[in-house]
Design a protein around this ligand. Structure first.
Ligand SMILES: Nc1ncnc2c1ncn2[C@@H]1O[C@H](COP(=O)(O)OP(=O)(O)OP(=O)(O)O)[C@@H](O)[C@H]1O
Ligand SMILES: [Mg+2]
Length: 242
């Protein structure tokens, strides 16, 4: 039986400022898959995620989400289905509750309080945090609230852009563990961008290695970063210039 990809990129390129930032990127993501996209700073990882949620438009190539071309999908619907979480998530003024209920107020839908409390507990935050000023959260708390805020929309895909890079190691490991648990328990599809291949190895799943706007290697995270096939990957793993 063939699984229809939840996300499919064919020949995606992006030219900006007269430069090819992304070049001929093609890959498919199966529902429930966990993919890490690893590569050096400036190789185009964030740009790739932005193209998937149409924060920027590809110069050429085609992207399908659940079999539909993303340009044919209402952009608000697309961004509810595919949630992007950034390195240092922005909180709106107000309490954590204000932040978590923003989506339902916007959509004029009843808030599912039980779901909100369940999600908070999934990311190991106590219910009392709801009344706290969102501007005063620690980095680790803010990222966990951002994850809950995104999950309130019940997206089918999460795009995570270096979500642990602003955290110290213990908080980074905690958030990383939560992501792994969340994926195991819900089967949500995740594309995680990181410059940290150790993180990809710890989480498992599929890994892609990207250099200069191109994916040069794809494989199981444990294999790819233990037995790289490409010279650039090996140089990156050794901490050298790619
Ligand atoms: N709007 C833009 N116009 C022109 N160039 C851009 C634009 N956005 C990004 N770039 C360039 O594209 C390249 C890739 O940027 P991108 O942010 O995607 O890299 P990255 O892999 O996410 O890097 P990092 O690991 O540092 O976050 C960089 O050289 C950047 O300067
Ligand atoms: Mg980036």
């Amino acid at each position: 039986m063939t699984v229809i990809p939840i996300l499919d990129l064919q020949g995606v390129s992006w030219i900006a400022g007269g430069r090819a930032i992304l070049h001929d990127i093609s890959f498919s993501v199966s529902p429930g898959e966990f993919i890490s996209i690893i590569g050096p700073s400036g190789c185009g990882k964030s740009s790739l995620l932005k193209i998937i949620v149409r924060l920027i438009d590809a110069t050429s190539g085609i992207i399908h989400y659940q079999g539909r071309e993303i340009n044919d999908i209402d952009i608000i619907q697309l961004r509810r289905q595919i949630g992007l979480i950034l390195q240092d998530s922005h909180m709106f003024d107000g309490t954590v509750r204000d932040n978590l209920t923003y989506g339902s107020r916007l959509q004029k839908k009843d808030l599912d309080e039980a779901k909100m409390l369940r999600l908070l507990s999934d990311v190991h935050l106590p219910p009392e945090i709801l009344e706290q000023d969102a501007g005063k959260l620690s980095g680790g708390e803010r990222q966990r609230v951002a994850i809950v805020r995104m999950l309130m929309n019940e997206p089918a895909i999460l795009l995570l852009d270096e979500i642990t890079s602003a955290l110290d190691l213990s908080n980074a490991l905690m958030v990383e563990g939560l992501i792994k648990q969340l994926q195991a328990s819900t089967g949500i599809t995740i594309l995680m961008v990181s410059h940290d291949f150790e993180q990809a190895k710890r989480i498992g799943g599929t890994a892609m290695f990207m250099v200069n706007g191109t994916i040069i290697e794809t494989g199981k995270a444990s294999d790819l970063f233990s037995h790289p096939q490409h010279e650039s990957t090996a140089r990156f793993l050794a901490g050298g210039i790619v």
